[in-house]
Design a protein around this ligand. Sequence first.
Ligand code: GAP
Length: 519
Amino acid sequence: MTAPMPKQDKAPQSQPKSQPKSMKDITALCKRRGFIFPASEIYGGLNGFWDFGPLGVELKNNLRDYWWRKMVTTPPIGPDGQPVQIVGVDSAIIQNPQAWVASGHVGGFSDPMVDCRETKLRYRADHIVVLIPKDGDENWIATADDDPETIEKRIKKVGKGKSVANFEQKLLTELDPSDYAKILGPDTKEVGSLTEPKDFNLMFETRVGALATSDAKAYLRPETAQGIFLNFKNVVDTARVKMPFGIAQIGKAFRNEVTPRNYIYRSREFEQMEMEWFCHEDEAKKWFDFWINTRKEFWLECGLKEESLTIRPHDQDELSHYAKNGHGTVDVEFKFPFTDPGFGELEGIAHRSNFDLTQHQEHSKQKLEYLDPERNNEKYIPHVIEPAAGLTRGVLALISDAYTVDPDRPSGVFLDFKPSIAPKKAAILPLTAKEDHVPLATDLYLELREQYNVDLDIKQNIGKRYARQDEIGTPFCFTIDNDTIEDKTITVRHRNSMKQERIKMDEALSFMDDAMRGN
Ligand code: GAP
């Protein structure tokens, strides 16, 4: 077994970035409208933990359900024109700790970390940017990350009148530790305070049962994948699957990230949508290519724009321990506001070879081979192609991509969600809170809510209510006014164009059906 190496996001690019969408504005909208809140906010929050509010949970559930539908309920058509077979599981978050020894996580799921002797702060070594003066000045300046704003501020403070252009930017991990003595740490006044990088295991430990003995130690899972491998034999024995096939799982994962950052992009508790595709080694390349294309297509179908996505193969030195042998790993990357004009990982598609099942077979002493009747009863440990997506990170991608600045409307912004992904599909708005508008609006609401997640919003002037629906990305508003009383027609207001049309009230449901079909 190769020594396990941490699975890391690609080190951030250090060129200056233009930021057409501001993360500050996006996070403010998410807070203001109830998408995402800091966890335990009334106690000052907890770094790396977030709560999803009423609209955030709807959006997250829509993405989760769409993934499940596209992967498990109606999985894609394979390269041979036949639908592929994928079944689901929902495994425990806490498993026998031996499973994490076998998977390589206990020994090696770590990030390199440096401590600051002066401030006692801790940083991820591969995120620290060192600014080296081009004029040969020996005072090097470090920042905790590659955010251009942070770099500029730090240079302004300690850069002796120099500007960004006067520095060469390198990652700390690219430097020799003998150079550390020259470096002014990200939050220090004196140079030479950073320690050499040490590995820090990212797994959260817990205890099972009342006994405080060492054999009560267990871990919160750092990935959902292992719960799938642990159930491989159960699924083969019970689910009438035959090679090739997939097992899918959606659920929480926990990583004690050294530097959680960029909002919910890198948090300590998050959700994953993972599928392990088991196949014969000879077919691994075919399926690897198939899943790369299929997964990119999925994100486009969710409404992400083509120009916001890219496919990036991992460099050899980035590969996780399980992906070292085989066809490697390819990321579907998204242009997040804080990576723009670059991209950041949204999903990884890895050829995990037969690493995990081999490890579990060795450690558990249980046979995990597959007897393949289609290959003259050949016995083998299947290879695995794994599309591993972040659910919470996917929510951030959906919100960032949908965020559209529009100075021509009162809200100044709207969320351009695809109707099927939008948290609310329509809002029913009585023009006034007058008695004759409200009962009709309530009737329509009661009818539509049987099929769709819709809002009945009665109070405030209509402009403010439209603005609210624009900000939460509701594609349609149905307005009930005096004409509705007369002729039973309602106004439909379209979110993106703000155009209005008149339809019959009893056609609202079929209007929604048409609008949602394929959307
Ligand atoms: N089973 C393989 C695996 O876990 P990964 O690339 O470490 O691979 C898969 O994780 C996906 O999970 C990533 O592409 C990302 O979307 C999401 N993810 C990983 N770490 C995360 C974190 N700290 N916060 C939010 N999402 C994360």
